[in-house]
Write a protein that binds this ligand. Structure first.
Ligand code: 5GP
Ligand code: MN
Length: 338
């Protein structure tokens, strides 16, 4: 394949490589970058991973996580590393606004830009892409690329754990429709190199703090609203709510899925106030595209059934009011049973 040849050429001599990941990195972003970095280093490349901000504690077991350069902690160092790069990868994102200020540095750089991603509507800044919306996770694409390059022998257990984590979480624990036959084949090969799926699952899903579980209880009992006429459920959390439960990064991850799990709900949302902005998560089942919904109404995006957005101009109440008003206009689509 032409694309594989281009990657081969790219890696044919030792390169100075920076792998960048999106804001509020999840297991797929961090896992794809750290897993890929471990392999690239074995091939003799110099690799740094740059994240716009920090990641949740439940990802802090991934090999190499302590070496990730965090832009909002060390901006000057990150700028220098990006400036010196020959290759800059976008891992698990394909729009520069998804990396905040890191995007400006990438845009300024003369390095070759490469996207490895599975989100819709990639921007045109990269000269090479390993991109498919059919992939359930960016980690799956990294695995495919390693296989195409015949580098799978370089994928050790530590890197495999990172790749497994991204696949497991982006498929919602192998439950979403993106859990393809291919993804199971990839996972089977990962288990073959010694990845312990149960251990990775425990590290990610079962390391809750008491505060987090109490926040979950509070959100479900006090901050969940269901609009049965429109098949919608949403949860909203103010900065004060989050403070009360001492919320840490990642503590609200997965919360939106509880709203989606209610019988009959077609679209679910989570609205969260933090750092003077409102972060939104949208999820859907069936044909209703939250990618389109988020893109059209909240300047966001993602995938058909999982998307996000952010507002820096409206407060929590205004966002919720806008959402409630908006859903009226989507009543027909939301009532279409799939
Ligand atoms: P989450 O709700 O878990 O933060 O994000 C769901 C999906 O939407 C992820 O694939 C994520 O990368 C994407 N996403 C989250 N926030 C945004 C955003 O503000 N803009 C865009 N384009 N995508 C987002
Ligand atoms: Mn992903």
């Amino acid at each position: 394949m032409q694309e594989t040849k281009e990657f081969e050429l790219l890696f044919s001599s030792p390169k100075n490589i920076v792998l960048t990941i999106h804001l509020n990195p999840d297991a797929d972003a961090l896992g794809s970058a750290l897993g890929f970095a471990l392999v690239l280093r074995k091939k003799g490349h110099t690799v740094s991973v740059v994240s716009p901000n920090t990641f949740p504690d439940f990802l802090k077991w991934m090999k190499g996580n302590e070496d990730v350069l965090v832009f909002d902690k060390e901006p000057e160092l990150c700028k220098k590393v990006i400036q010196d790069a020959e290759l800059i990868f976008s891992m698990d994102y394909s729009a520069l606004k998804r990396v905040g200020p890191v995007g400006d540095e990438i845009a300024k750089s003369t390095a070759k830009k490469i996207i490895i991603d599975h989100h819709r509507d990639p921007e045109g800044y990269a000269s090479l892409m390993k991109w498919s919306t059919n992939a359930g996770a960016t980690c799956e694409l990294v695995f495919d690329l390693l296989e195409e390059l015949q580098w799978l022998h370089l994928l050790d257990k530590d890197a495999g754990d990172c790749i497994y984590a991204g696949i497991m979480t982006d498929t919602g624990g192998f439950r979403h429709p993106n859990t393809s036959q291919h993804i199971h084949e990839v996972v089977a090969k990962l288990l073959g190199i010694g990845v312990d799926g149960a251990r990775v699952s425990k590290l990610i899903y079962d390391t809750n703090t008491v505060d987090r579980i109490k926040l979950l209880g509070f959100a479900l009992s006090q901050r969940l609203k269901v609009i049965t006429t429109h098949n919608i459920a949403y949860i909203y959390l103010s900065a004060e709510d989050l403070k009360k439960y001492n919320a840490q990064k990642g503590d609200t991850e997965g919360l939106v899925n509880y709203a989606l799990s209610i019988k009959g709900v077609v679209m679910a949302a989570l609205f969260k106030e933090s750092d003077n902005m409102v972060k939104m998560s949208f999820r859907s089942v069936g044909e209703f595209s939250v990618n389109d919904f988020a893109k059209t109404n909240f300047d966001g995006g993602g995938h058909t059934n999982a998307a996000g957005g952010v507002s820096k101009t409206m407060n929590l109440q205004q966002v919720v009011e806008k959402f409630e008003k908006l859903v009226q206009t989507y009543k027909l689509e939301l009532n279409k049973k799939s």
